[in-house]
Ligand binder design. Structure first.
Ligand code: NAP
Length: 329
C-alpha cells in the first residue's frame, strides 16, 4: 500500500487552496509536481498547455532510460506519472501572482484564483518570432513554429527551416522524412546545434544547407509560396520556392509576466534564481527554461529542466515546513 498522501485541490469561496502551486506542465513543472506529491504536499499543476517545448520535439534520444522517443510520448509519460499520484492538472493561463496576507494568490485567465503558501513557476519559453514581412500574415498558412505538429501536411512538398540550433536541426531531420526537399537556412556557417544533428543533416540527401543567409521575406498570397533569402556576405538575394517555412530561431522567456509579478529578471529576461531555484520573492520559485541569472548553469535540456523541477520542489517543501512551524515565510 502506498504511504503517500494524495490530495486534490479544495475550493474555498471560489478559490483553490494549495500548499504549493505548480504552474507549467513541461518537464520542470511536472517533475516538481511529482516530487511534491511524493512529499505528501497538497499541490496541483496549472498550465496553458501540456508538455511545453518537450511535447513538440520530433525525437528525443538524450533522456536516459527512454531511448528514441517522440517528445509527445515522453510528455505523456511525465503526465501519466504525475497523475498516478492523484495530482490534478488544470488547463489555465497564469496572468498574475499577488501577495495577500500570509499567502500568494495566483490569478488565471479563466478568473480562477489559487491561494498557496509557495509557488513554482515553470513557465518555460515561447518560440521567438523571426520578425520578417509575411510571417504574421501567413501564420497557419505555411508558416509554422512546430515541425511535429504541422510537418505531416507537407508530405512530398518543399519546406524551409530557419535557424541553426538544436530545434532547427531536429526539425529539419524530421521534415526530411516527410517532405521532398528541406532547405535549412542559417545566418552563419557553423551551428550551435549538437554535432550529432549537424552530421546527420549534412549527410541527408534531402536537406540542402543555405548558409550565411537570412530570410528577408516570406512570400505568398493565401499560402506560402517561397522565401526571399539574402546572402550576408555577397548581399545577393534570391527566391526559394517552398510550401512551408518552419521558424526555429530560439525561445523567449515570459519576461513581462515576471516583471508584473515583481520577480527580478536577468539581461535575457529570465527570472534570477538562486541555486535552490528561489527568486527574490520569498516562496516563489522558478525552474526550467524561464529560470536564469548568474548562479544558474544554462543548459536547457529536458533532463536539466526536470532536475530543476525536483530542486524547486525540495526547496518549496522546506519553505512550507518553515512556514508551518511558524518560523516565518
Ligand atoms: P537556440 O539554441 O537559441 O538557437 C537559435 C538559432 O536561431 C541559432 O542558430 C541562432 O543563430 C538563430 N537565430 C536567432 N535569431 C535569429 C534571427 N533573428 N535570424 C536568423 N537566425 C536567428 O534555440 P533552439 O534551437 O530553439 O533551442 C533552444 C534550447 O533548447 C537550446 O538550448 C537547445 O540546445 C535546446 N534544445 C535541445 C534539443 C536536444 O536535442 N537536446 C533539441 C531542441 C532544443 P546563431 O547561432 O547565429 O545565434
Amino acid at each position: 500500500m502506498s504511504s503517500f498522501r494524495l490530495f486534490a485541490p479544495s475550493s474555498r469561496g471560489g478559490e483553490e487552496e494549495l500548499d504549493v502551486l505548480v504552474v507549467g506542465a513541461g518537464p520542470a513543472g511536472l517533475t516538481a509536481a511529482l516530487y511534491l506529491a511524493r512529499y505528501g504536499v497538497k499541490t496541483a499543476v496549472y498550465a496553458k498547455e501540456i508538455g511545453g517545448q518537450m511535447a513538440i520535439a520530433p525525437l528525443v534520444d538524450d533522456y536516459p532510460g527512454v531511448p528514441r522517443v517522440s517528445g509527445r510520448e515522453l510528455a505523456d509519460r511525465f503526465v501519466n506519472h504525475v497523475r498516478s499520484y492523484g495530482v490534478p492538472i488544470v488547463i489555465d493561463e497564469l496572468v498574475d501572482v499577488r501577495r495577500e496576507g500570509d499567502r500568494w494568490v495566483a490569478l488565471f485567465s479563466s478568473g480562477r484564483r489559487v491561494r498557496c503558501v509557495a509557488a513554482i513557476l515553470a513557465l518555460g519559453a515561447r518560440k521567438r518570432r523571426l520578425g520578417v514581412p509575411g510571417e504574421d500574415r501567413l501564420l497557419g498558412r505555411g508558416v509554422s513554429y512546430c515541425a511535429v505538429c504541422d510537418g505531416p501536411m507537407y508530405a512530398g512538398k518543399r519546406v524551409a527551416v530557419v535557424g541553426g540550433g538544436n530545434s532547427a536541426l531536429t526539425s529539419a531531420l524530421y521534415l526530411s522524412s516527410v517532405a521532398s526537399r528541406v532547405y535549412l537556412v542559417h545566418r552563419r556557417d557553423s551551428f550551435r546545434a549538437m554535432p550529432i544533428y549537424v552530421e546527420r543533416a549534412r549527410s541527408d540527401p534531402k536537406i540542402e544547407m543555405v548558409l550565411r543567409s537570412v530570410v528577408t521575406e516570406i512570400v505568398g498570397d493565401d499560402r506560402v509560396r517561397g522565401i526571399k533569402v539574402r546572402n550576408v556576405e555577397s548581399g545577393e538575394e534570391r527566391l526559394i520556392e517552398v510550401d512551408g517555412v518552419f521558424i526555429e530561431v530560439g525561445v523567449e522567456p515570459p519576461t513581462e509576466l515576471f516583471r508584473k509579478i515583481g520577480i527580478e529578471v536577468d539581461e535575457e529576461g529570465r527570472a534570477v534564481v538562486d541555486k535552490d531555484m528561489s527568486t527574490n520573492l520569498p516562496g516563489i520559485f522558478v525552474a526550467g527554461d524561464a529560470a536564469g541569472g548568474p548562479k544558474k548553469y544554462r543548459f536547457p535540456q529536458i533532463i536539466t529542466a526536470a532536475a530543476e523541477g525536483a530542486i524547486a520542489a525540495d526547496a518549496a517543501w522546506k519553505y512550507l515546513q518553515k512556514a508551518r512551524s511558524g518560523r516565518g515565510t
